[in-house]
Every structure is written in structure tokens, then in C-alpha cells.
Design a protein around this ligand. Structure first.
Ligand code: 13P
Ligand code: SF4
Length: 363
């Protein structure tokens, strides 16, 4: 994880009211040169200053299509990297707190992926299509691009994995085993006969040649620690105490939970499902707490609670604060300070684009 330097004192000592004012003033002065993109998991004090909000796919598209010189990305590191790649390094892309990483993305390092890939090639396996969830480093995206693969998000994973299955004998899916397993299952594949779990800490993923040759989807052993906080027990409890409540979860939750839920889908799907549900309906939602709390506040005619009665917080994304946003924006006004720029080197960006473009063609 990158380390964030402490905010300068003139920013750190601002009260919240002053910091909100500074953000508003800076945005006014910067005008259309600057856009603030905010992911749905972000805390309200940051969310309130968004020019655009969205899930990772929507925000990637907005970054790609925008003409703004400055893109302030209130999400996590891989999202800011993706914005830099999609804009060809021509913009100032900033992540207001460098500690805002994605713990899942960190579970698939390029080194481990390359070692595993070589193990598979040495075992004589051919025709493997690598697919990485967008929650991954730029260097992993570039590896995937170089090797004929494609990127997916939770919104388009089904179409992307179907494409990969048509084009290769095996799909190596990074880094989220749960999303990969849920998608494979939704495509009619058997977990025990068609998929395997690849443990990067072990040679050949801890498997043998005949197993890897016989399975279609190889799932990298990574997961999201936030979505790991939802359990089958919580689902059972809701079924017992409130049978009319519908259970809606993100596909980063384990398959056992998705299987016993009523619905599962991306952030965008979760929002649309709640928006279009009838007044009076009751929902227990299995995803990050800020999104669930915002949905509850926006739809007071419905009962919306978290599937987990305790907090499920993406702590890294929430390192971005009102004050760090104020610092980055204020730096651009008059001072021409470019704080927390996120850049991807041209060769990595070029190879990543191959995989990103394949994704956009499929979604
Ligand atoms: P979305 O693609 O649904 O925005 O999800 C991103 C993410 O990090 C979920 O944990
Ligand atoms: Fe990464 Fe999980 Fe946070 Fe999403 S919720 S950004 S997958 S750690």
C-alpha cells in the first residue's frame, strides 16, 4: 500500500464547515477543468461534492469520455490508475489519499501471477485466456492484455467470461474467486467438475496436471474482505425473523450466500433493484455500508438494512476524507500543486488498453 503524507496544517486544522466551503470554492474556480468522480462506497461528506457518482464501470466510462484536465478520483487506487490509462496519461488524475487501495487487488501481484502462468505453461496447458476483475493493478491488467485476455467488472462479468470461455480452453480468473465462481455457476458450469481454486502460494496452485487440464475456470485465491463479512447464518436469521424481507447481495459475496439470497448483482444492479422496488418492500442488502445507508436514506418508503448487523466498511476507500479532497482541489487553484498524481507508465498503459478495449466491446 502507498503511504499518504500528513495533510498540511492549513488544511488539517480546518473545521468541517470550512473544509466544505474550501471544496465548494475551489470547484467553482476550477470550473469545467476539473471533475470529481465518487464511488458509491464513499462517505457522505465526500459524496456530496461529486460531479459524477457511479460504480467502477460507470466511473471508468465517464473518465474515458470526459474532456476535463483534472480528474479527482474518490474511489480506490486501481480506479484512478484505470482513469489514467483510459485518458492516455493526458490528464491530471489524483487519488486524494494514497492509502485508498483495494485489499482484494493486492491479493494478485504480478509476480505471483507470472509464476503461476509459467507453472501452467510448463505443465503443458495451452489456450488459457486470462480475465481480471477491474479490481486489479495496472500491471496485472497489462499482463492480461499482453496474453490475449480481457477485463471485467461486476456489471459485465457474465458477458466477458462467456466470451473468454468461447475463445479459450481455460479461463484464469483474477483476483476474486467469489465473483469468478458465481459467474461460472450462473453460466451453468459445475463448481466441482468445471472450476478449481488456484492457490498462488503453492506450486501449480497446489494442484496436479490432470486437474488443471480438465477444468475450464481457474479461480485465483483472492477475495474482498468487506464482502467476506456476510454469512449464510445472517441470511437464515433474516428468513426466520422477517420472511417478507428480500435479500440482495453483491457477487463478491461467497457462492453459498449468493445461492440462498433472492437476488445478486453489481452495485448498479443493487441500486436499480431498490429504486424500482415497490413502496413498503423490505430489503437486507449485502454490500458496503455507505451504499446501504444511502439507499435507506433515499428510499424512506422502503425498509433497507444491511444483511450484516455490524459494520461492513471498505476502510481503504474511506481513507479519502473531506479534508484530503479539499487539499487536492485547493492545490490546483492558483498554486498549481499537483498532489497525489496517479500515473501508469506508457508500456503498461498500452497493454492494459488492449484488455480494457476488449471489455468495452463486450459491454
Ligand atoms: P462495482 O464494480 O460494483 O463498483 O464494485 C467495485 C468494488 O470494489 C466492489 O467491492
Ligand atoms: Fe476492494 Fe472490497 Fe473495497 Fe471493493 S469493497 S474496493 S473489492 S476492498
Amino acid at each position: 500500500m502507498l503511504t499518504q503524507i500528513p495533510l498540511p496544517e492549513h488544511i488539517a486544522r480546518l473545521s468541517d464547515v470550512e473544509a466544505h466551503k474550501l471544496v465548494r470554492q475551489a470547484k467553482l474556480k476550477l470550473g469545467q477543468s476539473t471533475i470529481v468522480l465518487v464511488h458509491h462506497y464513499q462517505r457522505d461528506e465526500v459524496f456530496d461534492h461529486a460531479d459524477f457518482t457511479g460504480d467502477s464501470l460507470k466511473l471508468a466510462r465517464i473518465a474515458r469520455d470526459s474532456t476535463a484536465a483534472n480528474i479527482i478520483f474518490c474511489g480506490v487506487h486501481f480506479m484512478a490508475e484505470t482513469a489514467d490509462i483510459l485518458t492516455g496519461g493526458t490528464r491530471f488524475v489524483s487519488l486524494p489519499d494514497l492509502g485508498a487501495g483495494c485489499e482484494m487487488a493486492d491479493m494478485a501481484t504480478l509476480r505471483d501471477v507470472e509464476d503461476s502462468w509459467q507453472d501452467a505453461i510448463k505443465a503443458g496447458v495451452k489456450n488459457i485466456i486470462p480475465v481480471t476483475y477491474i479490481n486489479s493493478s495496472a500491471e496485472l491488467k497489462a499482463f492480461v492484455g499482453r496474453n490475449g485476455g480481457v477485463i471485467c467488472t461486476s456489471s459485465n462479468a457474465k458477458a466477458v467470461v462467456s466470451w473468454a470461455l468461447e475463445h479459450g480452453e481455460h479461463v484464469f480468473f483474477f483476483p476474486d474467486q467469489h465473483l469468478g465462481r458465481n459467474i461460472g455457476k450462473s453460466l451453468g458450469l459445475s463448481v466441482s467438475k468445471d472450476m478449481l481454486l488456484w492457490d498462488p502460494a503453492k506450486p501449480l496452485g497446489g494442484l496436479d496436471d490432470s486437474t488443471i487440464k480438465s477444468r475450464k475456470i481457474w479461480l485465483w485465491k483472492g477475495h474482498c474482505p468487506v464482502h467476506a463479512l456476510f454469512t449464510v447464518h445472517q441470511v437464515k436469521k433474516i428468513r426466520e425473523t422477517s420472511p417478507e424481507t428480500k435479500i440482495l447481495v453483491h457477487p463478491e459475496c461467497a457462492m453459498e450466500i449468493v445461492d440462498v439470497s433472492d437476488l445478486s448483482g453489481s452495485t448498479d444492479f443493487i441500486i436499480k433493484t431498490i429504486e424500482t422496488s415497490p413502496a413498503g418492500s423490505k430489503w437486507a442488502v449485502g454490500t458496503e455500508k455507505h451504499l446501504v445507508e444511502r439507499l435507506a436514506a433515499q428510499h424512506k418508503d422502503k425498509t433497507i438494512t444491511s444483511l450484516n448487523p455490524f459494520t461492513c466498511l471498505c476502510g481503504t476507500m474511506n481513507r479519502i476524507s473531506l479534508h484530503s479532497l479539499a487539499w487536492v482541489l485547493d492545490g490546483l487553484v492558483d498554486k498549481n500543486e499537483r498532489n497525489n498524481r496517479i500515473t501508469v507508465d506508457p508500456a503498461t498503459a498500452r497493454d492494459s488498453m488492449l484488455a480494457l478495449n476488449r471489455m468495452f466491446e463486450l459491454s
